[in-house]
Design a protein around this ligand. Sequence first.
Ligand code: HPA
Length: 270
Amino acid sequence: MLQTIQQTADFLLSVMKTRPKVGIILGTGLGDLANQITDRQEIPYSEIPNFPISTVKGHSGKLLIGKLGGVDVLAMQGRFHFYEGYPMEKVTFPVRVMKFLGIETLFVSNAAGGMNPEFEIGELMIINDHINLFPEHPLRGKNYDELGPRFPDMHEVYDRKLIAKAFEIAAEHNIRVKQGVYVGTQGPTFETPAEYKYFSIIGGDAVGMSTVPEAIVAHHMGMRVFGMSIITDLGVEGKIVEVSHEEVQEVGVKKQPLMALIMTELIKSL
Ligand code: HPA
């Protein structure tokens, strides 16, 4: 496994013209950010040795390497979801490669259903913690001590300084943001009303089908992590209506400029 990661990293290092320390996973809501990356190199996943290929509609698969707000970044346009059928090792493989490339801070975004009764559709939530409900743990199996410890501490997966800075940036730009706990589930079903209620009772504010595996693996390797969700639908009793992937994307697209602005300013402030 380490050799596979190294092989992929060596390939990328041989073609990359810069050495970014910032990695970004452009989930729903950050597509816009991709367009703001300048001086860029694009590498389709299909050309990267050992990389899985993304299958889900709306997530084209390529690496973008360039500048965002003057800072060198490497962004994944298209991520790998567990529900697509990939084992966790594949879902999180690109994050491990990022570490081998020298990435120190990982920014992730996603679309999520809001269970917190104070949330509204279209709001942004800074992830301050998560609950991992995926049926397979990304660190299950042999531990590679070169990557991180067998039993990683998880008391601060989402960097508190970055969260505080993000709130400052949001306030400066008059953007309303909430914070909360992201529940990661395998999907691909959206939740039943009873499931939304359950996730709320156990302490979740929002639920989605990504991010948690990547955040765990990044944290295991000592990377700083910052994550944000766009609340695209509500799992609040009395407000639950039919939800579709298209609607989720539509809300994501509308709100992404605000999320992109916060992320960009945060990256500039590093
Ligand atoms: N549940 C799970 N994943 C999601 C949701 C949801 O309500 N909205 C967007 N992604």
